[in-house]
Design a binder for this molecule. Structure first.
Ligand code: IPM
Ligand code: MG
Length: 369
């Protein structure tokens, strides 16, 4: 299979984790006889520095010509004081909007060998397996007005939570579709006791649920959901929620896996051109130190192989290699704060070896079958 992958490493550890993910993908290409062509583009702080724009036009064009996109992370203290249109995050938000990447899937599951890395008790995190479906192109992130205002002579500020009914509907449909392939339970998270947008969200959720009789729907208030994710995370199968709630709950849920450095994500679009990125940010405190955990990005690449290219076996091979390496005790600093941590590049090397070894064994088995 021949595919073009747009790479947007971005800022901070983004570059380090994308670089090693490319190496892993090259190993996959070699073993499974595919041709992956990689194109690099600028986004975020680096794009501001080089082009004066967090999302240069050429980056958008490059992405649109690719089969899938892998992004590292954007942001850093260097640009914190910039005006809003010159902030790195604007690049990512504008890209999500431009490509209509409306459905952000964030799988949360326990990695058996990391059970002790979670600050939560074993019996709570054991066997957790759910996916957060976060709406990604609406809500508070994009509503207008979003500005400082003069309110009757006083300094004031406004952000707007705006959704078209159709935007709510399509994310709920995505959630129900996913649930129907899983354990057939949707938890729709909102704040319907306070927000009108949430009351409409509930209405739409009920309408969509009626089309999926085999899937059960439960509504949950976001404050309660924040508690339930820690208290009894096994109850969840598919959690669907608006943009800001999803942002907050997914960082919280990462604690179950042991580290934010483990969480992968796929942002699906209406056009079929999808973007894959780790849930974590640019981690400026460890940038350039070869200390970041690359697994979130490597697992995002596995999601890409499965979702965008239909390469199930290849995706599984990466996931299995990651499991094997973790089982062997390999840990980056986020997972071994008191131990002897592995570097980013070393962790990726281990994963590549595990991939290659496994493949070698498979070939031997095939030869004798
Ligand atoms: C995420 C990040 C982004 C978001 C930031 C970098 C704009 O936190 O993808 O979760 O808030 O969506
Ligand atoms: Mg976030």
């Amino acid at each position: 299979m021949k595919k073009t992958i747009a790479l947007l490493p971005g800022d901070g550890i983004g570059k380090e984790v994308v670089d090693v993910t490319v190496e892993v993908l090259k190993t996959v290409a070699e073993h499974f006889h595919h041709q992956f062509h990689f194109e690099y583009g600028l986004i975020g702080g680096e794009a501001i520095d080089q082009k004066g724009n967090p999302l240069p036009e050429e980056t958008i064009t490059m992405c649109k010509n690719a089969d899938a996109i892998i992004l590292g992370a954007v942001g850093g203290p260097k640009w914190d004081q910039n005006p809003v249109h010159q902030r790195p995050e604007r690049g990512l938000l504008a890209l999500r909007k431009e490509l209509d990447l409306y459905a952000n899937l964030r799988p949360i599951h326990t990695f058996e060998s990391l059970i002790d890395s979670s600050p939560l008790k074993k019996e709570y995190v054991n066997g957790v397996d759910f996916v957060i479906v976060r709406e990604l192109t609406g809500g508070l992130y994009f509503g207008k007005p979003s500005e400082r205002v003069d309110y009757q002579g006083e300094e004031a500020v406004v952000d707007t939570l705006f959704y078209k009914r159709q935007e709510i509907e399509r994310i709920l449909v995505t959630a129900f579709e996913i649930a129907s392939q899983r354990r057939k339970h949707v938890t729709s998270v909102d704040k319907a006791n306070v927000l009108e947008s949430s009351r409409v969200w509930r209405e739409v959720a009920e309408e969509v649920a009626a089309r999926y009789p085999e899937v059960t729907l439960e509504h949950m208030l976001v404050d309660n959901a924040a508690m339930q994710i820690i208290r009894s995370p096994r109850q969840f199968d598919v959690v669907v929620t608006e943009n800001m709630f999803g942002d907050i709950l997914s960082d919280e849920a990462s604690v179950i896996t042991g580290s934010l450095g483990m969480l992968s994500s796929a942002s699906l679009s209406s056009t079929g051109l999808h973007l894959y990125e780790p849930v974590h940010g640019s981690a400026p405190d460890i940038a350039g130190e070869n200390r970041a955990n690359p697994i979130a990005t490597i697992l995002s690449a596995a999601m890409m192989l499965r979702q965008s290219f239909g390469l199930e076996e290849e995706a599984k091979a990466i996931e299995k290699a990651v499991d094997n390496v973790l089982n062997s005790g390999a840990r980056t600093a986020d997972l071994a704060p008191y131990g002897n941590p592995m570097s980013t590049t070393r962790m990726a090397e281990e994963i590549k070896h595990a991939l290659a070894d496994d493949h070698a064994i498979l070939n031997i088995m095939e030869a004798y079958s």
